[in-house]
Design a protein around this ligand. Structure first.
Ligand code: NAD
Length: 294
């Protein structure tokens, strides 16, 4: 069992760290927020508010932080304090440039590294059923795989440094676009006098089928577990979808890729967030779409 430092014990990091403890690893958790450190201690982790102390004895360091600037800051602070050879894994969703910069910092410090963003949300983090999209060298992946497998049920080694973030940004752009498409279809069906269930029964077994429809239906009824049945409580907050769509735009701008639908989806989620709905589940955008069509 490994000695693991886990930095960033928020909505995702805390349950992920708890799963590593439950799997028998020795986990030292670190967060700026005292209440989160207490919760991690209750789950069986050793805790500290000093990232440098957290990594001192670690064989593996995992970060789960809000954005690229936090990852760059934390990695540059703790890499000099870690033992050479310590495996660094960032599970946050961040811009590809920051991910590659973090890999470069680790390499310079003699530490192998992985970018390993996740999908599956807080439910997947608690249940240990996340999907990990991983970028980095094969040897680093081989070392990280058994630990990541304790927090997730599907791991994909996507390629070299930054490939995990690239996969994440592309996947979530599909998700943002497809959710808006499904919302528009239900809004149109309502105007046409077609019931939600009828549209669902047809589209879920026809060419309109997609995850936004069959697992995360944005109207109440057809998929009982979807946030639509719970006043659009997240789930996956619209603010996080907007963050990911902005990352896709940055990636497209940096590479010259053309993403007109991704850009439009980003604009619609920005509008939804500006209406004060950023804390709602991202499927709640159906209400804005309905309002616009009236
Ligand atoms: P969060 O804001 O709940 O947690 C981030 C934590 O990092 C906070 O507790 C914060 O105090 C801590 N932190 C920030 N700077 C720190 C520092 N210097 N030292 C120690 N701790 C520090 O965010 P989250 O929802 O857990 O998301 C984390 C990452 O996972 C984000 O990049 C997000 O985009 C991604 N993600 C989130 C979800 C989701 O459903 N919440 C799903 C997939 C991916």
């Amino acid at each position: 069992m490994a000695e693991i430092a886990f930095i960033g014990l928020g909505n995702m990091g805390l349950p992920m760290a708890a799963n590593l403890v439950a799997a028998g690893h020795k986990v030292t958790g670190c967060d700026l927020v005292a209440g989160l450190r207490e919760a991690a201690a209750k789950a069986g982790a050793t805790v500290t508010d000093d990232p440098a102390k957290a990594v001192a004895a670690a064989e593996i360091v995992i970060t789960m932080l809000p954005a690229g600037k936090h990852v760059r800051a934390v990695w540059s602070e703790v890499l000099p304090k870690a033992k050479p050879g310590t495996l660094f894994i960032d599970c946050s969703t961040i811009d590809i440039e920051s991910a590659r910069a973090a890999h470069a910092m680790a390499k310079a410090a003699g530490c192998p590294s992985l970018d390993a963003p996740v999908s599956g949300g807080t439910g997947g983090a608690k249940a240990g059923t996340l999907t990990f999209m991983v970028g980095g060298a094969s040897e680093a992946y081989a070392r990280g795989e058994p630990v990541l497998a304790k927090m997730g049920k599907k791991l994909v080694h996507c390629g070299a440094d930054g490939a995990g973030q690239a996969a994440k940004v592309c996947n979530n752009m599909i998700l943002g676009i497809s959710m808006i498409g499904v919302c528009e279809a239900f809004a149109l069906a309502e105007k046409l006098g077609l019931s939600h269930q009828a549209l669902f029964d047809v589209a879920s077994t026809s060419s309109g089928q997609c995850w936004s429809l069959t697992s995360y239906c944005p109207v109440p009824g057809p998929v009982p577990a979807s946030p639509a049945n719970n006043d659009y409580q997240p789930g996956f907050a619209a603010a996080l979808m907007l963050k990911d769509l902005k990352l896709a735009q940055d990636a497209a701008a940096g590479t010259g890729a053309t993403i007109p639908m991704g850009s439009h989806a980003a604009q619609l989620y920005a509008l939804f967030a500006a209406m004060g709905e950023g804390g709602r589940d991202f499927s709640g955008i159906i209400n804005m779409i309905r309002g616009k069509s009236e």
